[in-house]
Design a protein around this ligand. Structure first.
Ligand SMILES: Cc1cc2nc3c(=O)[nH]c(=O)nc-3n(C[C@H](O)[C@H](O)[C@H](O)COP(=O)(O)OP(=O)(O)OC[C@H]3O[C@@H](n4cnc5c(N)ncnc54)[C@H](O)[C@@H]3O)c2cc1C
Length: 419
């Protein structure tokens, strides 16, 4: 038996599966080689596994790291539908919280928007991304899924040929190749899939010139809504994660390093921008994570290159202002899984041919809404003057429309939750 065969993960017992999966594998074959064990890669892996398709997930990090990466939290109804239809929603059903209200705060006052009851998409479900990833991973391994941790994809080779492969390096320094019929690049914006694209790929990129300090606080939520505060000192945001943990955002100067602000300064600034003196104090706690997010859009086109498909953040990056990234990743994974099952199990390649166009439709709708949100919540960068004053006046008018016009509120509700 070869080394790759020996280390292929077929155990059905969960503990045995976890142990076997922890052994990195440098060589092997699978019909579909999936790069990355984030929401995109793990939804794809689970759906292919359920469809009887031979696949493997290669993940650069170790299991503990993958299961502890706190990022998204707001899952759209369509994401919940995909997870439920595929038996992946048990944890989310147990511990997810429905969430339906936004509160906007400005110098002119505040208003609440019950978006969950306005649009066709209903409310969000709040469920931390690391919990979702843990559920997906456990389900995949329990069902005998093959996964190699600490296995970094270096490059996708021969994507134009019939037998593409992925050059990998394991954490202990071994190098090898995984060969497949298809490769799914679910390895994020800085992964190997993007680096392996041929010249001539169109890249639509926009730097919105705005940076957020993203914070995770061991503090109960301070309001029963997503809080968006527009302030002359910059944006501040509040998003519940669990009854004990809240995500906050504070807009910072571009280039400001994470960790530059003391906890005291963070809480003072959040209280000021969220108008706590008028609307009630924030519930404080230890800040356990700080990272800077530069608000950018970055969409590749097309999303298929021969046998290589881009999924999730590898396909498009979207600012977190509208909570779309993880939702797009799950949707694209579902579309690709169906197309791969049709092709590999039934000999019908039509879905694969349509994959890029279908996903780009969804991606651009999400980008459009996210772009609108960025303009609603921030002044343009640069010195205060004619241009910024004009933008701020428009922004106030947009917020007023959102406060008063039912039509605008319904449009917002559909764009906010829909993907
Ligand atoms: C602060 C923050 C808040 C957010 N909030 C929300 C929200 O509320 N709602 C929402 O929908 N989205 C949100 N997002 C976006 C969301 O987290 C991402 O869009 C989502 O994680 C994308 O999933 P993915 O599987 O495509 O990529 P990832 O989650 O990035 O997973 C990629 C995986 O690939 C692995 N990898 C990378 N390179 C390699 C390699 N060379 N070889 C092998 N493996 C590799 C990585 O280790 C990782 O495990 C937020 C993002 C941030 C940063």
């Amino acid at each position: 038996m070869s080394e790759s065969q020996r280390s292929q993960l077929v155990a059905h017992d969960r503990d045995a599966a976890a142990t076997a999966a922890d052994a990195a594998t440098a060589d092997g074959t699978a019909d579909v080689v999936i790069l990355g064990a984030g929401p995109a890669g793990l939804v794809l892996g689970n759906l292919l596994q359920a469809g009887g398709i031979d696949c493997v997930v290669l993940e650069r990090a170790d299991r503990a790291h993958v299961q502890s990466r706190a990022r998204a939290g707001y899952l759209a109804a369509n994401t919940v539908r995909i997870l439920e239809e595929n038996g992946l929603a048990a944890g989310l059903r147990r511990n997810g919280q429905p969430h339906a209200v936004c509160e906007f705060r400005t110098e002119d006052g505040r208003f609440r928007l019950d978006y969950g009851s306005l649009g066709p998409c209903g409310p969000h479900t709040v469920y931390p991304q690391q919990e979702l990833v843990t559920d997906l991973l456990t389900h995949y391994l329990d069902a005998g899924g093959r996964l190699s941790f600490e296995t970094e994809a270096l490059a996708v080779l021969d994507a134009d040929g019939a037998r593409p492969s992925v050059a990998v390096r394991t954490a202990d320094g071994r190098q090898g190749h995984w060969q497949g019929r298809y490769v799914a690049g679910c390895d994020g914006r800085h992964g190997a899939a993007r680096r392996s694209l041929p010249a001539g790929v169109v890249r639509h990129r926009r730097d919105h010139g705005v940076s957020w300090l993203g914070l995770l606080a061991e503090a109960p939520p301070s309001l029963d809504a997503v809080g968006y505060a527009v302030h002359r000192r910059g944006f501040a945001g509040h998003m519940a994660r669990t009854p004990e943990v809240t995500r906050y955002y504070v807009q910072v100067e571009r280039g400001e390093p994470a960790g530059a602000w003391s906890e005291q300064r963070i809480w003072d600034e959040l209280a000021l921008r969220m108008h706590a003196a008028d609307y009630g104090p924030l519930r404080g706690g230890r800040i356990v994570q700080q990272s800077v997010v530069d608000l950018e859009s970055d969409v590749l086109e097309p999303l298929r290159h021969g046998s290589l498909f881009l999924v999730g953040d590898a396909a498009s990056l979207i600012s977190p202002s509208a909570a779309k990234g993880a939702n797009l990743a799950v949707l694209e994974a579902e579309i690709l899984a169906r197309a791969l099952v049709d092709d590999l199990a039934h000999g019908d390649p039509a879905g694969l041919d349509r994959y890029s166009a279908r996903c780009l439709d969804h991606i651009w709708r999400a980008q459009e809404f996210s772009h609108w949100m960025i303009q609603l919540l921030h002044s343009p960068p640069g010195p205060v003057g004619g241009e910024t004053l004009f933008h701020d006046a428009l922004r106030r008018s947009r917020l007023e429309l959102l406060r008063t016009s039912r039509t605008h509120q319904q449009w917002f509700a559909e764009g906010y939750v829909g993907v």
